[in-house]
Design a protein around this ligand. Structure first.
Ligand code: CS2
Length: 484
């Protein structure tokens, strides 16, 4: 079977959409750091629509900050890849052409900095996951002792981290007399633009205080809320797509039909007309972010821990478990919703119903272990904001206690059937050591994890309403085997 490539597009079945614009005329307007599956299912698809409408200034240069996998897979396909949007009823296949160039940062860091400093580039966007920000999740400030940041301070022209690349490229543009690009965070962090702004200004100031002041004054960092469920691609998915295309795609993307993008409209250097292709441009993203992070991602993490402990593998499996499905629905209504500021015009009940429906999509094999990865980076924005708001409102911790206890149980590394659970986390060994060294009683296990102040802070775990509820929930999980 031949490989997906520009030359092979002619042989695609007519039912499969493919780029109808002239890709050779596309110029690079966006450099994206972290060209993973999420970006290719989300921003790159919105941008594809803009290219289809004739604005060819917004081609994407996709850079990987570490792995060569994406470049190796898509390079021979000249950036083309398939998006398969699957509902329980059908699959829509589409070949996307908006990624016109690929780079791997460590191959030649200076070349990436140069590419970001080209005049045609107006936006540098990022999906580098929570940990890619080198952020202290608790304070939201730059982690100045992060090894990548220490490296970048010593090698400012040949950086390693996403913040390091942004600072280096903004510095070069300034030296060359070019206007700065807009920096667009597309990761699941609340106030992602604001946080990135603080991090970049701090890092730049440590390199050159004048540069820090310049960035603070002149560079825009709009916040965004991004949403589309994108499970990791499997070999089975590759075979499924190859059958539909009669071509081999080394890295197709499997996703759901739903997609949402809410963007703070602050792009001094211009942007694609994403608003005309379905994105929502708003003045304040914060209420949308909180609603999505606490309802969708909060419920996802809850499912990941409790579902995995019970032996489920995918989100849809866990949702089909009647006790767990009901527990998740109640968590959204009773525990999260009272803490939300509902965005103007939004229907939160319809939003929740749609989420439950999305989670039940049996065509997506969305593994719970994928969601459970990097938990220590995710828990603060998924659970702890809700927890703090509830306690401040005089409400009990409610089902959140089960979420946090579920995480502690999960971090123990064994499900309730004795099978091992995969713990992929920057703090994995610290977590395992703490749990292994703690006394066997529930209070000691809970203490071993809640005292991780990098995650839980120093204040919340000391509130009796928080601690007692988590110990009770952990006891019912670990001792009573009472799992929703
Ligand atoms: C998931 C998210 O892996 C995870 O932690 O909760 O990737 C989720 O699928 C997306 O945020 C949906 O927009």
């Amino acid at each position: 079977m031949s490989r997906l490539s520009p030359a092979a597009l002619g042989s695609l079945p007519s039912s499969i959409r493919q780029p109808s614009y002239d890709r050779s005329k596309v110029t690079i307007g966006i450099v994206h750091l972290g060209i993973g599956a999420f970006h290719r299912a989300h921003q790159a698809v919105y941008t594809e629509e803009c290219l289809e409408r004739g604005d060819l200034h917004w081609g994407i240069l996709g850079a990987s900050l570490r792995s060569t996998d994406t470049r190796d897979a898509l390079g021979p396909q000249e950036g083309l890849y398939t998006v398969a949007a699957r509902s329980s009823a059908k699959t829509d296949f589409r070949v996307i052409g908006s990624v016109v160039r690929l780079m791997v940062a460590p191959d030649d860091p200076e070349a990436l900095v140069d590419a970001m400093a080209q005049e045609s580039v107006k936006i540098v966007s990022l999906t580098v996951t929570e940990k890619g920000y080198c952020i202290d999740p608790l304070t939201g400030q730059l982690n100045e002792t992060h090894p990548d940041i220490l490296y970048d301070l010593a090698n400012a022209h040949r950086p390693r981290s996403a913040p390091g690349f942004i600072v280096a490229a903004l510095r070069l543009r300034r030296e060359n007399g070019l206007a700065p690009f807009t920096v667009l965070s597309c990761d699941n962090l609340p106030a992602n633009g604001e946080k990135l702004h603080a991090i970049i200004v701090r890092l730049a100031s440590m390199i050159d205080p004048m540069l820090g002041a310049y960035i603070d004054e002149h560079v825009a960092f709009p916040s965004t809320m991004v949403d589309r469920i994108v499970p990791q691609t499997t070999d089975e998915d590759r075979a499924f797509v190859a059958q539909a295309l009669s071509l081999k795609d080394a890295w197709p993307i499997i996703t759901e039909p739903f997609t949402q993008w809410v963007i703070e409209d602050n792009f001094p250097q211009g942007r694609p007309d994403w608003g005309s292709v379905g994105a929502e441009l708003v003045h304040d993203v914060a209420p949308y972010e909180a609603m999505k992070l606490r309802l969708l991602n909060g419920a996802h993490s809850m499912l990941a821990y409790l579902g995995s402990i019970k032996g489920h593998v995918t989100v849809a499996d866990a949702m089909a478990d009647p006790d767990l499905g009901a527990f998740i629905a109640a968590f959204m209504v009773d525990d999260v919703t009272p803490t939300l500021v509902i965005p103007k015009g939004a229907d939160v009940a319809a939003y929740r119903d749609a989420l439950l429906e999305r989670f039940r999509n049996t065509s997506l094999k969305h593994r719970l272990s994928q969601i459970a990865s990097d938990s220590t980076q995710k828990i603060p924005q998924r659970f702890l904001g809700t927890a703090r708001d509830r306690l401040a409102m005089g409400l009990p911790l409610g089902r959140l206690a089960m979420g946090i206890a579920g995480f502690i149980y999960y971090a123990g590394g064994v499900d309730r059937h004795g099978r091992s659970l995969e713990l992929k986390d920057p703090l994995a060994s610290e977590l395992s050591n703490r749990l292994a060294n703690a006394a066997p009683d529930a209070a000691a296990k809970v203490e071993a994890v809640l005292s991780l102040d990098k995650v839980f802070g120093s204040e919340l775990p000391h509130q009796p309403a928080f601690r007692v509820a988590v110990v009770e929930a952990y006891t019912s999980l670990a001792v009573g085997f009472d799992i929703p």
